[in-house]
Design a protein around this ligand. Structure first.
Ligand code: NI
Ligand code: MN
Length: 227
């Protein structure tokens, strides 16, 4: 059985056979974070959707401390590898087999950039992740607007879709509801809302609008579910 824990904003902990992973571990400076970046020592993977600070977050420090392998797009993985981390660079639409299951990178319509010494040193391409854990597929959309590419996910048989609902930078509630209609996951969990004033959204409104499309689970930071 797999376990998914919400850590606040777009950060999750994902556990199953052969995998103890963080996704988008923005914990320091995250007003909704349920834990400190130093609490987990037995991680083996970190998935990073893009380099914006509210997703890359504490990745470098956590990967340095735990030795976890970072999975990201090739450009971001190359930059992280240059910092001495174990990083595996895949790319959009690519699928690869890992000891725990397969991972596919999905399109995300958004921006991304890495800042170093106050300068933008490059822009990478953001992504989402389709991660197989114990034979079930978890889709973390990353930061994205609504895109028709999401219709391709229906054929994947997604068990849980983690979708941004906060608007402004990403899908708002109405677009996220349309995304649920495209993806047809068994369960959907909203994320990327209420952390900062521009992304204020009511998850109960999302739940009411998506109720006939999937099982909607609103997770409070720190809460877990099994699948
Ligand atoms: Ni972003
Ligand atoms: Mn974001």
């Amino acid at each position: 059985m797999g376990r998914l824990q919400y850590l606040g904003h777009s950060a999750f902990y994902l556990e199953g056979s052969g995998i103890r992973a963080l996704i988008d571990p923005f914990l320091s400076g995250n007003p909704s974070a349920s834990e400190d970046p130093g609490v987990r020592s037995d991680l083996n993977y970190i998935f990073v959707s893009h380099a914006h600070g509210d997703h890359l977050g504490d990745t470098v420090a956590i990967a340095e401390r735990t030795g976890a392998t970072v999975i990201a797009t090739n450009e971001l993985a190359t930059w992280l590898g240059g910092k001495g981390l174990n990083a595996e660079g895949m790319h959009i639409g690519g699928r690869s087999k890992f000891p725990f299951g397969r991972v596919k990178l999905t399109p995300a319509f958004h921006g991304s950039s890495v800042f170093e010494g106050g300068k933008m040193i490059y822009s990478d391409i953001p992504c989402g992740f389709l991660i197989e854990v114990d034979g079930k597929k978890i889709y973390h959309a990353g930061d994205t607007g609504l895109t028709v590419e999401m219709t391709l996910l229906e054929a994947e048989g997604v068990e849980i879709a983690l979708l941004p609902i906060g608007g402004y930078y990403v899908m708002d509630i109405d677009d996220a509801v349309r995304a649920v209609g495209f993806i047809k996951p068994r369960r959907v969990v909203p994320m990327h809302y209420n952390t900062f004033p521009p992304i204020k959204a009511d998850p109960q409104d999302f739940a009411a609008k998506a109720v006939n499309l999937a099982l909607v689970t609103i997770m409070k930071p720190g809460e877990s579910l099994t699948f």
